[in-house]
Every structure is written in structure tokens, then in C-alpha cells.
Ligand binder design. Structure first.
Ligand code: NDP
Length: 512
């Protein structure tokens, strides 16, 4: 069984891939694998289109985003249908994670990009303040390559692209080979909103196409995907000395304190682990619960999981695994955990009642860090719960990971929750909530350790699609330059006296 399979082509013809719906196994179409020549040609087109776009006022570019938002509202059923066909996720998840999240992002950047990217005057420190003026101009980089994964095929394509666009760049998107139609739909939506030709292009294909895009002459790569591929992208960018952001995998920990509201925490654990069938970069992949409340918490989690409905038709809560490779990883982690003594409280197998790629929502206990399920990214509907003696032990275990993307803490004492969050080695942490950071437009999002480099979203992310150019203006019209030469011992001595006055006396320190 394959969800993406090569199509037989004649010698000299382009490679083609055939796709199937993972929930129903029905064929859903074919794509062409585009090559380095296609990528290079796309960059040439993009570079021409960017010139005029980059010189438009941001308010003008914002109008295109506003129209894209209107188109998104009109075409939301198309988006949901496309995402469902490609992924087999639930309709509610497609609506919330793909349509709503993109709408919110379009609305936020249309309204706020002009403020975030407006030229700034910054006051200088000390004596320099009277001599020089500093302005910062945010200049678009040129052509940005966006490479996206399959787990959020529309949102993880649209969100970086729309930010790069409003910052004044042209964009070339390479969506995952498993979910190319969401990327192609993004192009249709931008075109329907009137975005000028050439500013947004999509390259379809597999890893070959992704690698080609990184080497086709783009000015930045915004990559979302696995650690392994991220490393290859980083190498390609380093070799060409172009910047990249890498949003990579995670193994998010949840800490349940003794004073947590256990009903809320159990609900948070279930949503964190099973949303998007666990295929969520910030999904909860391991829980550390304090011994004294572990039994009650675990019972509540299992009760909640037993109510979940899995399916592909009508109303259901947990969808499919999006492709066979992921199912293999889930089964490998489960087999390793069970062999090492993990106890399966519910689930633990492929769903025998459903034909497509379905794995039952699973809760495990008796787990430890010798198991893959606690160390490696599983990216599936598995919730391993580990009992710990106290909160200190929970923090130590949470930090015992090569990943550092997100995490969450549950306690009735918010100040304590924030203190614990500060000690977790994670790019972001939620207190009494989970998986939210990517959806908060103002929050910079990115991982520590092997979970990534750089941040996307918010002011930091948007400015990351620009070069922040400092422009220094001499307040005396350049007179100082005329007085610079000749160098002499006298001017050096004057400089030394000046430093002594500035940093060696009370009045000087006050002035500087
Ligand atoms: P992959 O790393 O396999 O693929 C990501 C993208 O890179 C795909 O478009 C892929 O193409 C492309 N690609 C493959 N090889 C290369 C290459 N040599 N050079 C450039 N691009 C290449 O990730 P998945 O698609 O499997 O996504 C799941 C992973 O993404 C998980 O680890 C998850 O945690 C992470 N992720 C991280 C997020 C974050 O924000 N931190 C958010 C969402 C997911 P193709 O698919 O066609 O092979």
C-alpha cells in the first residue's frame, strides 16, 4: 500500500507521482516532479516580479492580503475538502488549524505589517546621540523559498508565504509530495485575490525538488519539516551563505503538578496528544505527572480517550495517519516500548474496523527514557504517561531530550507555572494550555536544541523576511570626516582624556 507512488513514465519524460487518500485509499491525482531547471526558471520569474512588488508601500501590499482573506472565506469548503482528501484529518481540525489559522494570520499581517516594518528612528546612547542619527529600514530580501511539510499542508504553506510576501518578497513554495494539492490551492487563492503574476509560484515534487529549490538562487529558505531534512537544508544554505529558518521536530513534554485541576489537565493531555492524530509539531508526546495525583489523572485521561471516535466519514474526533511511513514509525516505537515493559492502557494497534491508515488513540504507562517512545519524535496518537516523585524530577525529565520545541505545565498556581516554564528547555511553553504558540500571531515561534534555528511569526518572524538596514546620518553634515586626518599623538591623547572623562567620572557616566 502506498499513498505516494511513482508513475511509470517513458525515458526522458519527467517523473510523476500518484497520490491516494490515506483514509479511504482512493486515488486523488498525480503530480510532476519538478527539477533544478524548473526551480531556476521559477527564481528568474520571481526576481523580475519582485522588483515592483518590493517597492510598493506596505499598505498597498496589505490590500492584497485583505483580498486573499476574502477569497479564503469564499473558498473555505475547497480548502477543507482538499486538506481532507490529502490527509484524512477531521473536518474540525481542517477548519480550525488550516482555515481559521490562515484567516487569522492574513488578518493580523494585513493590519500590522506596516507598523512592524515601518522605518524606525532609534535614539543613540551617550555622546553619539548628539553626533549621529540612526534609522532602520526593513528591506525585502528578494526571493524566498518556502518548503513545507504534510501535517498542516495549507497553514504551514500559507503562513510563511504570506509573511514573506507582505514583507515585499516574491515566494516559491515547495509543498510536501504527500500534500501538494494544498500548496497548489494556495496559488489559486492568491491568484484569485489578484496577486501579480510571478510573485507566488509552486513547485511540485519530492525531496529532489526541495533540494533543487534550496540551490536555485533564492535569497532565503524558510523550512518546516524534520530534523534530518532540516540539516540538509542548513548545509545547502551555509554553502551559499544564504539565511534560513528551520522549524523542526519536537518531543513536547507536559508537566502535571500536584495542585493541577486534573479534569483540565486530562483534557489538555488528550487534545495535545490526539489533535491532528498526534501529527503536530507541538503535540504532547510525553507526560510527567507527580506521583500523588498520577492515578487519578491517568484514569481521567483513559476515560476521556475511550470516548474518542475515530473515522473518515461523518462526525469523528480522530482521523487517519497521513502516510504509511509515519504508521511504520508509530508501530516501531510501540513495539519497542511494549518490549521494554510499557503497559498499554488503551489502544495500541491499528484500528481493525477501518480500512485506511488508522492507529487507535493509545495511552501508555510504565514508560522510561530507555524507550524510543520517550526519546524520539513519534508523531502519532500515542500518549505515554510517566510518574515522577515531584516537580523537580518532572523538569529534569522534560529537559532530558535532544528536542526543545514546545511544552506545557498544569498547575493552579500560575506564578509557579511560569517559573517552571522558564526552566524548561523549550522554544515555547504553555501554562494550563497546550499547542497554542503557533496560533498566537504575536508570539515568535521556533525551537531550541535540535528543534530548529531562528523563529517565525510575530515581529521577529516578519522582520526575518527582511534585511534590517541601519542608515547612519551625521548630524553635522559630514564635518567630522573632514577633520579626521592627520593622525597625531595629540589627538590620541585627547581621545584618551575624553574616555577617562566619559567612563571614569561620575558626570561622564551619567552623560553616557
Ligand atoms: P520532511 O523533512 O520529510 O519534509 C519536509 C519538506 O522538505 C517536504 O516538502 C519535503 O519534500 C522536503 N524535502 C525533502 N528532502 C529535501 C531536501 N533534501 N532538501 C530540501 N527539502 C527537502 O518532513 P515531513 O514532511 O515528514 O514533516 C514532518 C516533520 O515536520 C516532523 O518532524 C514535524 O515535527 C516537523 N514539523 C515542524 C514544525 C515546526 O514548526 N517546528 C511544524 C510542522 C511539522 P517531500 O515531502 O516531497 O519529500
Amino acid at each position: 500500500m502506498a499513498i505516494v507512488s511513482p508513475v511509470n513514465t517513458a525515458p526522458g519524460e519527467r517523473r510523476r507521482l500518484a497520490l491516494q487518500n490515506p483514509a479511504t485509499l482512493e486515488p486523488i491525482g498525480e503530480i510532476e516532479v519538478q527539477t533544478i531547471d524548473d526551480a531556476t526558471a521559477a527564481v528568474e520569474i520571481a526576481r523580475k516580479a519582485q522588483v515592483e512588488w518590493g517597492s510598493l508601500p506596505i499598505s498597498e501590499r496589505a490590500r492584497y492580503l485583505q483580498r486573499t482573506l476574502e477569497t479564503l472565506l469564499e473558498r473555505q469548503d475547497d480548502i477543507i475538502d482538499t486538506v481532507l482528501r490529502e490527509t484524512g484529518k477531521t473536518r474540525t481540525e481542517a477548519l480550525q488549524m488550516e482555515v481559521f489559522a490562515v484567516g487569522d494570520s492574513l488578518n493580523y499581517y494585513a493590519k500590522n505589517a506596516a507598523r512592524i516594518l515601518r522605518p524606525e528612528k532609534r535614539t543613540l546612547h551617550g555622546i553619539l546621540r548628539v553626533l549621529k542619527q540612526l534609522r532602520i529600514i526593513y528591506r525585502p530580501l528578494g526571493v524566498v523559498g518556502v518548503i513545507s511539510p504534510w501535517n498542516g499542508p495549507f497553514v504551514l504553506s500559507m503562513n510563511p508565504c504570506l509573511q514573506a510576501l507582505i514583507a515585499g518578497n516574491a515566494v516559491i513554495l515547495k509543498p510536501s509530495e504527500i500534500t501538494p494539492f494544498s500548496g497548489l490551492l494556495a496559488a489559486e487563492i492568491f491568484a484569485a485575490a489578484g496577486l501579480p503574476d510571478g510573485l507566488f509560484q509552486v513547485l511540485t515534487g519530492d525531496g529532489e525538488t526541495g533540494a533543487a529549490l534550496t540551490r536555485a538562487g533564492v535569497d532565503k529558505v524558510s523550512f518546516t519539516g524534520s530534523v534530518e531534512t532540516g540539516r540538509k537544508v542548513a548545509v545547502a544554505c551555509a554553502e551559499q551563505l544564504i539565511p534560513c529558518t528551520l522549524e523542526l521536530g519536537g518531543k513536547d513534554a507536559m508537566i502535571v503538578c500536584e495542585d493541577a485541576n486534573l479534569d483540565y489537565a486530562a483534557g489538555g493531555a488528550v487534545a495535545g496528544a490526539f489533535m491532528n492524530t498526534g501529527q503536530y509539531c507541538c503535540g504532547t508526546e510525553r507526560v510527567y505527572v507527580v506521583e500523588s495525583v498520577a492515578e487519578e489523572f491517568t484514569r481521567k485521561v483513559v476515560d476521556c480517550v475511550s470516548e474518542l471516535r475515530q473515522g473518515s466519514d461523518g462526525e469523528f474526533d480522530v482521523g487517519a495517519i497521513f502516510w504509511p511511513r509515519q504508521l511504520e514509525i508509530i508501530e516501531e516505537h510501540m513495539a519497542d516500548a511494549v518490549e521494554r515493559g510499557a503497559k498499554v492502557l488503551t489502544g495500541g494497534r491499528r484500528n481493525p474496523d477501518l480500512e485506511g491508515l488508522f492507529y487507535e488513540p493509545t495511552v501508555l504507562t510504565n514508560v522510561d527514557h530507555g524507550m524510543k517512545i520517550m526519546r524520539d519524535e513519534t508523531f502519532g496518537p500515542i500518549l505515554p504517561i510517566m510518574r515522577v516523585s515531584d516537580e523537580e524530577a518532572a523538569i529534569a525529565h522534560a529537559n532530558d531530550s535532544r528536542y526543545g520545541l514546545g511544552g506545557n505545565v498544569w498547575t493552579r498556581d500560575t506564578s509557579k507555572g511560569v517559573r517552571i516554564a522558564q526552566r524548561m528547555q523549550s522554544g515555547s511553553v504553555c501554562v494550563n494550555d497546550m499547542t497554542m504558540t503557533y496560533g498566537i500571531q504575536e508570539a515568535p515561534f521556533g525551537g531550541l536544541k535540535q528543534s530548529g534555528i531562528g523563529q517565525v511569526n510575530g515581529e521577529t518572524g516578519l522582520r526575518g523576511y527582511c534585511h534590517a538596514e541601519p542608515i547612519i546620518v551625521d548630524r553635522r553634515g559630514g564635518k567630522m570626516s573632514a577633520d579626521r586626518y592627520p593622525y597625531s599623538a595629540k589627538t590620541d591623547a585627547g581621545m584618551q582624556k575624553f574616555m577617562k572623562l566619559l567612563w571614569g567620572t561620575g558626570i561622564g557616566r551619567w552623560l553616557s
